[in-house]
Design a protein around this ligand. Structure first.
Ligand code: AMP
Ligand code: AMP
Length: 344
């Protein structure tokens, strides 16, 4: 079925997945790109049209044009990273998702309240260095993908390292510079969900673990050599690998996601969060999820599953990526004449 709407996004992050999914669902597709990426995105025949802007921060320049073309914009990680919360709110083109969620997601204190309301386990937060009584990870505020974090073992170690710590600046940066969080020793598992306000169901679509440099590389060097090298771990994400979790933990994964959605409807507004979101967890030997952060949109780890995932295959008898699932939701909303319920 051909649909008289165009799905558009910024050329970065998970744009290929989103637009491939949109094309598979019968939409026209458009990518907003910078000149250096025109050739790259031109390689993919499922992208019907390009709109060029000098930098992603200049998105406002094409906003009016997009509004005239029955476009629905799908936000991904680059939207907050490059336009900030305020920049996202200024977008006038119909935008998939509830923009009120951005204020709760982008402020770590608000996000903590939300996860607490959802009764999701989180690492402890230390208000100041004097409270530190275990290894900690120190994070700058803002969506910076692990850039500029450091790990400290003790109060003394913290005092030493904070001297040279420059919190990263991003469009989403807030006034307070950093957060001191308990370091959880376990394995990272990023759970990708989708909540449909139409079916009122949560779907677990896939999972990934991140490949972070240099923390994932340090173990390649023998411990005695690590001791002699001045390496401190950094957590900049550069890739992702697929993952499945022990089946006995899946029920709790679903329940956490459901509580997260219900809590959002209570504390944000009636619509709360819908569409894709990710609970970013560290799992400890007692098989408990500790949520270090929630991302309230499609995450790049879903790019592993353009052709579906083990979990999506349990729900759908056809390939279903998160990008395609978004387009499917929009298509159903158009057919049911309730598009306004899924856009902002
Ligand atoms: P980019 O468009 O690559 O500059 O990324 C925009 C935002 O998404 C940044 O905050 C990145 O850290 C995050 N991001 C990009 N790629 C990935 C990935 N493969 N996994 C997790 N986060 C990512
Ligand atoms: P984030 O930007 O909060 O998603 O964190 C980036 C990466 O830092 C994660 O993928 C983990 O590898 C690591 N990390 C963040 N918070 C913690 C924590 N509390 N304990 C252990 N590792 C963490």
């Amino acid at each position: 079925m051909k649909l008289n709407y165009t799905i558009a996004t910024l050329g970065s992050h998970s744009a290929l997945q989103i637009l491939k999914g949109a094309k598979d669902e019968g939409f026209k597709t458009l990518i907003v790109v910078t000149p250096d990426r025109q050739k790259f995105y031109g390689r993919f025949p499922f992208i019907d049209k390009q709109m060029v802007i000098p930098t992603y921060k200049d998105f406002a320049r094409v906003d009016a044009q997009l509004q005239k073309q029955k476009v629905i914009l799908i936000p991904h990680g680059s939207f907050v990273a490059y336009l900030g919360v305020a920049g996202n709110k200024e977008i006038k083109t119909p935008y998939f998702g509830n923009k009120k969620v951005l204020d709760w997601e982008g402020d770590r204190n608000q996000q903590r309240k939300w996860l607490t309301e959802a009764k999701i386990r989180q690492p402890r937060i230390f208000k100041n260095a004097a409270e530190i009584d275990c290894p900690v990870i120190v994070k700058g505020f803002g969506a910076d993908g692990g850039q500029g974090y450091f790990v400290a073992q003790t109060q003394k170690d913290f005092a030493q390292q904070i001297k040279s710590f420059a919190a990263p600046t991003s469009a989403a940066t807030e006034s307070k510079k950093y957060l001191i969080q308990e370091y959880i020793v376990g394995v990272p598992m990023y759970l990708h969900f989708f909540y449909s306000p139409i079916t009122k169901q949560v779907e677990l679509l896939s999972m990934d673990r991140r490949y972070e440099t240099n923390v994932d590389g340090i173990g390649r060097i023998p411990a005695n050599q690590q001791m002699q090298m001045p390496i401190s771990p950094s957590f900049v994400v550069v890739g992702n690998s697929p993952l499945v979790v022990r089946e006995s933990m899946l029920a709790e994964a679903y329940e956490m996601a459901e509580r997260f959605v219900t809590a959002s409807q209570k504390i944000i507004d009636q619509r709360g969060i819908f569409g894709p979101f990710c609970l970013e967890t560290i799992v400890t030997p007692d098989q408990k999820f500790h949520c270090i952060e929630a991302s309230c949109r499609i995450v790049a780890g879903t790019n592993l599953f353009i052709d579906s995932s083990p979990y999506a295959s349990l729900i759908y008898d056809e390939p279903m990526s998160t990008g395609r699932r978004i387009a499917r939701e929009i298509k159903i909303a158009i057919q049911k004449k309730c598009l306004e319920e899924v856009i902002d």
